[in-house]
Design a protein around this ligand. Sequence first.
Ligand code: G3P
Ligand code: MG
Length: 359
Amino acid sequence: LSAISRSFSSQSTPPSFGIAFDIDGVVLRSEAPIGGSPHALRRLYEDSGALKIPYIFLTNGGGFRESVRALELSELLGLNISPSQVVQGHSPFKQLVGRFENELVIAVGKGEPATVMSEYGFKNVLSIDDYALCFDNIDPLAPYKKWTTKQVSYQSSNTKATDLRENIRSQRVQAVFIVSDSVDWSRDIQVLCDILRTGGLPGREVGHQPPLYFAHDDLAYQAAFPSERFGMGAFRIALEAVFNRIHPLALKYTTYGKPNPSVFKNAETLLEQLVSSMHRNAHVADHINTGTHHLKRLYMIGDNPSVDICGARKAGHPWFSILTRTGVFKGKENHPKFPADLVVDTVEEAVDYILRKEC
Ligand code: G3P
Ligand code: MG
């Protein structure tokens, strides 16, 4: 390892490999670090705290801005993680700003989905929580729900608030983004069906379905509970099943996130840019600072065979897949349908393998 530090920081030979870490089931379970992740990740830094090996987090999870997630990960893992090292399922939504910049779009999911979309550049975005409050009685089960939601300013009965709600109700919803896991499936399936079947004007006649985007399609993921929990893919199935019973045309939607090959292509670009910025920070030879640096080998460390491993396999060269046993996958041997290039118990073992092989 000391050899890498020397070659990287003072002799201007950049690393020829990079690593993408899945989060849930590999690095964390809920908020708890697992598999020796803090120690494993610390090995990718110089003693000074500077980054030595280019790595990113490639998660399908989300709900918070990349900058917020980077801060949270830094605290949980005791490391200095930059927002440019965090790719979430919804990160590619920013590519759709050009199409919907000023249109009313609805953001669904836990955390701060509307804030995420605003940061990406969407100028007229509402969370489904705030949107649902514009329609009296849209959720007949609301009075029975024991939790309280944040009250929005326009919920009060003064004239300004009434006008604002009326104004929102009169705008056609042009797109729906499922940013993170739905917190209230019954309310969200109801309101989404209202939006989708009416062409974006709940309570009105049937209309053309607006575009619907999911940050990912994970059926299940590993959280703190011993067995997997339902993910956004399960919510998609539920919404689709109901929508297809009430609408003559089947639900149309697009899913982002792993295992789409574009996610891995983008990860490759980000890792290459990271090497370039690491070199800029290390003040090494100018010719390396220009453009991005080609990486010969990229490692994906994941726990979900049908998502992380399938994705890395589809992406092909230069990806090498490593499957851990700390999350969704708990088998003894390799996964039969999506076999990884290597199966290990923990992320710590995975990093150990990579550093022994590459250094
Ligand atoms: O909701 C998050 C989950 O679906 C997957 O997260 O980090 O395992 O890609 P991750
Ligand atoms: Mg995972």
